[in-house]
Design a protein around this ligand. Structure first.
Ligand SMILES: NC(=O)c1ccc[n+]([C@@H]2O[C@H](COP(=O)([O-])OP(=O)(O)OC[C@H]3O[C@@H](n4cnc5c(N)ncnc54)[C@H](OP(=O)(O)O)[C@@H]3O)[C@@H](O)[C@H]2O)c1
Length: 233
């Protein structure tokens, strides 16, 4: 399989690359801005697995999709079987204290980035490709909402609806699109936003679940936003 994972320099994305590297003979492209962390990941994942791991330092907000990303994709994985839109940005601030820039920073990474990458890759998806968007329980309609996560949750709500819309538009092309709405996972994102919080889901456990879903979930779901939590109401 040819697999692209965004937000690969740490947390769930880092573990996802390692999971796919161990899982089979895949071509994996790991994207995020931090070159040094991607290099470390490439070393680790290549040692552990049977896959080829490519890395590209790339900014989903300001990067040039046509001139930087597409030539790399064309060279290494011209047909994309799996895209996991995992990169995310969370700023823990109440709505009345959030600046325009903080609003844009979250919406840019959490919804505009996924929009720009699927648009750029339009011609590159393989038959039966699966796009998995990583959203949050905060962006799941009717879930409990947490003070400080209003704008983050709104941006995750946007990608949830985007998932439904894209699945509808691309169903005739046999490109499948689903979203997983994650509950809390013990990553740097969580500990930076909530230093006191400790949860019992580790990033590698969540990565294994997402990885398996990315390989098989589109046989059973399309255009669905699925909650992945056993605690958040
Ligand atoms: N952890 C949780 O409790 C939790 C719960 C629900 C949902 N989620 C979602 O799960 C996903 C992964 O979360 P995580 O906790 O693993 O997050 P994380 O540790 O903060 O990792 C986020 C990743 O996104 C990348 N990223 C951020 N801005 C970027 C940009 N402009 N261009 C390219 N890459 C960018 C970061 O890499 P660089 O800085 O190197 O670019 C990093 O690799 C996110 O979408 C998050 O919203 C997490």
């Amino acid at each position: 399989m040819n697999i692209i994972i965004t937000g690969a320099s740490r947390g769930i994305g880092y573990e996802l690359v390692k999971w796919f590297a161990r899982e089979g003979k895949h071509n994996i492209l790991a994207l995020s801005r931090s070159k040094s962390k991607l290099q470390e990941l490439q070393r680790e994942a290549t040692n552990e697995g049977k896959s080829r791991v490519f890395i590209l330092p790339f900014d989903l907000v300001n990067g040039n999709f046509r001139d930087e990303l597409l030539p790399f994709v064309n060279a290494h994985l011209p047909k994309v079987d799996v895209l996991i839109n995992n990169a995310g940005k969370l700023i823990n601030k109440r709505i009345e204290d959030t600046s325009d820039d903080e609003f844009d920073a979250q919406f840019n990474v959490n919804i505009k980035g996924p929009f720009k990458i699927v648009r750029a890759l339009y011609e590159h998806f393989a038959e039966n490709a699966h796009i998995v968007n990583i959203t949050s329980m905060g962006g799941y309609q009717g879930s409990i909402k947490f003070p400080g996560l209003g704008i983050y949750s709104a941006s995750k709500g946007a990608i949830s609806i985007f998932t439904e819309a894209l699945a509808e538009e691309w169903k005739e092309r046999n490109v499948f699109v689903n979203a997983l709405a994650l509950g809390a996972v013990q990553t740097e994102m969580l500990s930076e936003a909530f230093p006191q919080m400790n949860v019992d889901t580790a990033p590698d456990e969540m990565a294994a679940y997402i990885g398996q879903f990315a390989l098989t979930g589109h046989r059973f779901y399309n255009g669905k936003v699925l909650p992945v939590t056993n605690s958040t109401p």
